[in-house]
Design a protein around this ligand. Structure first.
Ligand code: BDP
Length: 505
C-alpha cells in the first residue's frame, strides 16, 4: 500500500526543471542471497606473470588498491593468453608445442606465440596474495599444453600458493576452441570431447597434487555447456569439483559502430534472468556460480565507454544484479595494455583515439586498475563502482522495484544485522530523478555517498563521497549527505548519470 501511495506522487516536477519524481519499493520480507565476503575480484591474463614484478609484494601501489577494494577478494588468472603460457618450473622444463593458430588470417585474435612464465613469478605471486589477503583461481593452458606438463606446473604452483588457492581451472573459454574461433581444436570437437580431455587432465594433476580442487568450465558464452558440465563433471571428479564458472561480455568488438555507451546501458536488463537459471541449477548440486571473467566490451574494451564513468554505471549495476541473483562472485577482466595486446594478437583497436582523448595509455581500456610497475597504478571509474558494491558484502540482498516513468533508474538493497543499505543507479543522460521510498520503522537517519563525474565520458575526477580512490592513502568519505526522512519515507535526488548509496540507521 505504501508504494501505491507513493506512486500517486510520481510525475515530472515543474519546480526542478529536468527532475522526474518516482518511487521505489524494497522487498523487505523477500528472501535473498548473502553476498559472500570474497565476492569481488579481478581477472588478469595469465601472461601478466611473464613479469615477476607485477604481482609482487613489492608492487606496493597494486597491493594497496587490491586491499582497498577488499580484504579478501579473488584474483583469477587465465584469459586467451593462458592458452599460450608455460611455466618454466626449472632448467629442464621445455616449452610445449603450439598447436594453434594455423592461420594466415591477420584478423584472427588468438596469440601465435608461446609466453614463458618464470618460476620466480609464482614466488612473487605467493607474496602478493599474502600481502593482499586475496585468494587465487589459477587457469592452466589447456589449449596448447599437455596434461603431463600441466601436472608438473601444478605441483610447483601448489607448493607456493596452497594457502591462497581457491581452485584450479583448466582452459579458457573451451566452448570457443573449435575452428573457426580459437582454433586450438578441430571443428568436430565439442562438449563430449572437452569433458573427456578435461577430466583426464584434472586426474593427471591430482596424481601430482593430491588435494587439488577445480572449477569450470569457464566458458565464453555457452551456458548450455555449464548445464551439461555440472552433472557430468561432478559425477567424474566427485568432491574435487567445487565451483562452476562462466564469462560475460555484453558487447564487442570495439570497432563495431553499434558498440556504444547507450547500447551498453541496455544490456544489464537481460543479465538477471540468465544468471538466475545457472545459479539455481548450480545450487541444486551445491555449487556456487562465479563469473570468473568479463567486462563491458570484448577485444580489450571500447575507449570512451569502457574507461569512463559510463563503465562505472554499467559495472556497478551489473555487480549488484549478479549479487542479488545469487552469483557468488565476479572477476572483472583487465591488466596491462601490452599484455592484453599480446593476448589478442595485437587486436586492440582505438589506440590512437584513446591517447588523443586523454586516456592513460598504461592499462587496457576496460581494466578497473590501470598501470604498469614502472609508472604506478590508478583506480579507474570502474574500480570506484566495484568499491561501492563491495559495501554490500555480508548483506542479504533484496530486490527493489523502481517506478519512475520508465526512466533507466535501478536500485538494489541489502541488510545485515537490521542495518539497511540501498544503491541507486541513474543511467539517464538528461534526467535527474527524485525518489521516495519506504524504510523500516526503526530507521532514524540515512547517510548518503554519491558517485559523481564531470561527464559521462569522463576518465578522471570520479569522486565517491567527494573523494577519489588512490593507492596512496586509504579512502575516506569527504562529502556525505543526510537524506530527507519523514514518516518512514526517505527521499533522495539522483542526478543524471550518477549513482549513490544510502546507509540507513
Ligand atoms: C575473452 C578472453 C580474454 C580477452 C577478452 C577480450 O578470455 O583473454 O582479453 O575476451 O576480448 O574472451 O577482451
Amino acid at each position: 500500500a505504501g508504494a501505491t501511495l507513493l506512486l500517486t506522487a510520481c510525475g515530472r516536477s515543474a519546480s526542478k526543471g529536468n527532475s522526474t519524481r518516482g518511487a521505489m519499493e524494497i522487498d523487505f520480507d523477500g528472501k535473498g542471497p548473502i553476498m559472500p565476503d570474497n565476492f569481488m575480484g579481478f581477472s588478469y591474463e595469465l601472461a601478466q606473470l611473464m613479469d615477476p614484478d607485477f604481482f609482487s609484494p613489492q608492487n606496493t601501489e597494486l597491493v594497496a588498491l587490491f586491499k582497498q577494494l577488499s580484504p579478501n577478494g579473488v584474483l583469477r588468472l587465465g584469459g586467451n593468453s593462458s592458452e599460450s603460457c608455460w611455466l618454466k618450473v626449472d632448467e629442464n622444463t621445455t616449452a610445449p608445442t603450439m598447436r594453434s593458430v594455423d592461420t594466415e588470417d591477420d584478423a584472427h585474435w588468438m596469440p601465435r606465440e608461446l609466453f614463458m612464465l618464470p618460476a620466480s613469478s609464482i614466488v612473487s605471486l605467493a607474496g602478493f596474495l599474502q600481502a593482499t589477503g586475496w585468494s587465487l583461481i589459477y587457469g592452466f593452458n589447456f589449449g596448447n599444453s599437455t596434461k603431463e606438463q600441466l601436472a608438473h606446473e601444478a605441483a610447483f604452483i601448489y607448493g607456493h600458493v596452497k594457502d591462497h588457492l581457491l581452485y584450479f581451472q583448466i582452459g579458457n573459454e573451451p566452448d570457443f576452441y573449435p575452428e573457426p574461433n580459437n582454433r586450438t581444436r578441430p571443428e568436430t570437437w565439442g562438449f563430449d570431447e572437452y569433458l573427456e580431455e578435461w577430466v583426464n587432465c584434472a586426474e593427471e594433476i591430482v596424481k601430482k597434487v593430491p588435494s587439488a580442487v577445480f572449477g569450470g568450465p569457464d566458458v565464453g558464452a555457452s551456458s548450455d555447456w555449464i548445464e551439461r558440465f555440472i552433472p557430468t563433471a561432478s559425477a567424474r571428479l566427485k568432491e574435487r569439483l567445487i565451483a562452476v564458472s562462466g564469462h560475460y561480455y555484453p558487447m564487442g568488438p570495439p570497432d563495431d559502430p553499434t558498440v556504444t555507451t547507450q547500447r551498453l546501458f541496455l544490456t544489464n536488463k537481460k543479465v538477471g534472468a540468465s544468471t538466475k537459471v545457472i545459479v539455481d541449477m548450480a545450487s541444486e548440486h551445491n555449487f556456487g556460480y562465479r563469473m570468473t571473467e568479463g567486462n563491458s566490451c570484448y577485444r580489450g574494451g571500447k575507449p570512451g565507454t569502457s574507461d569512463t564513468m559510463a563503465s562505472a554505471l554499467w559495472g556497478g549495476e551489473y555487480l549488484a544484479i549478479l549479487a542479488t541473483e545469487g552469483c557468488v562472485g565476479v572477476n572483472l577482466h583487465g591488466g596491462s595494455r601490452n599484455i592484453l595486446k599480446a593476448a589478442l594478437n595485437n587486436h586492440l583497436p582505438g589506440e590512437n583515439v584513446a591517447t588523443a582523448a586523454g586516456s592513460d595509455s598504461k592499462g587496457s581500456f576496460y581494466t578497473p586498475i590501470a598501470g604498469e610497475t614502472d609508472f604506478g597504478f590508478v583506480a579507474r571509474p570502474l574500480f570506484h563502482a566495484m568499491f561501492m558494491v563491495q559495501q554490500f558484502v555480508g548483506c542479504e540482498m533484496k530486490r527493489v522495484v523502481v517506478d519512475c516513468e520508465g526512466l533507466d533508474v535501478t536500485a538494489f538493497a541489502g541488510v545485515e544485522n537490521n542495518q539497511w543499505k540501498v544503491i541507486i543507479f541513474n543511467k539517464e543522460i538528461d534526467d535527474a530523478v527524485d525518489l521516495a521510498f519506504k524504510v523500516p520503522a526503526h530507521v532514524t537517519s540515512g547517510t548518503l555517498w554519491r558517485l559523481t563525474a564531470p561527464a559521462l565520458d569522463a576518465r578522471k575526477e570520479i569522486l565517491l563521497a567527494g573523494s577519489e580512490i588512490t593507492p596512496n592513502a586509504p579512502w575516506t568519505p569527504q562529502k556525505t549527505e543526510e537524506c530527507a526522512l519523514s514518516n518512514a519515507i526517505c527521499s533522495v535526488s539522483v542526478p543524471a548519470t550518477s549513482a549513490l548509496i544510502v546507509f540507513l540507521k
